[in-house]
Ligand binder design. Structure first.
Ligand code: FUB
Length: 343
């Protein structure tokens, strides 16, 4: 109702007053910030939100994005540059609609932009595009990465030079429709629809040396509790939903993700890029807006959390803005809890 909407807007306004950080850009809407340090400088690869007028539904059709802009800054607090359109959906031959959360990587003089988009059959696939510059323009490969599906690619390059793609997202991200290894158009709209079953997992695939193909069939990224038991489908506060990210700290692998419908950023720690990852807890409380999606990167010895909320649009879920704050690992390697509105 109008009254409930007004109440929600008032609550959002109150929250934004206590926001711990400011939107990095305010003249376009940006979300899902994948940040990297290339040549000592911070580059952010976000989604570019627009008001396309597509009605809102549980599949996320209202996230109807059509291009990417890359942002850069020398360091936190410095001026942010918007480098303009780096890749447009009209230049991706196989794309249908919805350019969702991207990521980037660098190898041997080439920058790689990884992006999920629905193909012409309305099935999410992951594509790759290349450029000699971290800010593009990027040239897409003619076809999606073979064997790829679902959303939210995150490419982690280990200290030994091997790169891995983490990907997947349930609900609108369609991961549940691949539970038998091939796409089921009539499959569940949400998850496995049985709270007692182990939850769906993000996927991992090692990338080929050319960074454009999977070197192996995707495997499950299992998150387990302290007793080694996998998270269950009904455990909405802790189980994986979308927005996978990996960073390495003190020789351990940290797998972080969004819990989706419960709006937390949570993480597990493991001894290998493949996991399993032992669940540690949430590290960020919900932002205003339905989605929460982040990246974690180190610059000059400081760990940074890039995330988004909906401050610029006054709380509109599909019109988000990226932000950054410092992230701290405590003496035991645990990530300290971040409250985005604690000021
Ligand atoms: O931005 C579109 C989708 O919303 C992303 O791919 C998800 O992670 C969620 O943030």
């Amino acid at each position: 109702s109008g009254g409930a909407k007004q109440e929600a807007e008032k609550e959002a306004d109150g929250a934004f007053k206590g926001a711990i950080s400011k939107p990095l850009v305010t003249d376009i809407y940006t979300a899902d910030p994948s940040a990297h340090v290339f040549n000592g400088k911070i580059y952010i690869y976000p989604s570019h939100d627009i008001d396309a007028g597509t009605p809102e539904n549980d599949n996320g059709d209202h996230f109807d994005m059509k291009d990417y802009h890359i942002l850069s800054m020398d360091s936190i607090g410095g001026a942010v540059t918007d480098h303009g359109v780096a890749l447009d959906i009209k230049d991706i031959p196989w794309a249908g609609r919805q350019l969702w959360a991207p990521d980037a990587a660098f190898k041997d003089g080439t920058y790689f932009l990884y992006f999920p988009v629905k193909d012409k059959q309305d099935v999410f696939r992951i594509g790759v595009a290349t450029s000699k510059s971290p800010t593009g323009p990027f040239k897409p490969e003619p076809k999606p990465i073979e064997g790829s599906y679902s959303i939210d690619p995150a490419v982690f390059t280990d200290t030994d030079g091997n790169s891995y793609m983490y990907f997947g997202g349930i609900w609108g991200g369609q991961l549940q429709r691949w539970k038998d290894g091939k796409y089921d158009a009539n499959g569940s709209k949400t998850d496995l629809e049985d709270d007692k079953l182990p939850s769906l997992n993000a996927k991992i695939a090692k990338l080929s040396p050319n960074m454009k193909e999977f070197a192996e069939a995707p495997k499950d990224v299992v998150v387990v509790d302290k007793d080694g038991k996998p998270m269950l489908t009904g455990d909405h506060d802790r189980r994986f939903f979308e927005a996978a990210w990996v960073h390495k700290y003190n020789g351990k692998y940290y797998f972080s993700y969004s819990t989706g419908d419960t709006h937390f950023l949570a993480y597990g720690i493991g001894d290998s890029p493949y996991g399993p990852f032992t669940y540690q807890g949430a590290f960020m409380k919900p932002v205003v807006g339905w989605t929460t999606h982040h990246s974690i990167v180190e610059q000059n010895g400081k760990w940074l959390l890039f995330y988004h909320d909906t401050e610029v649009s006054g709380g509109k879920t599909h019109l988000r803005n990226v932000k950054v704050t410092e992230l701290k690992h405590d003496a035991n390697g645990k990530i300290e809890m971040i409250d985005p509105y604690s000021k």
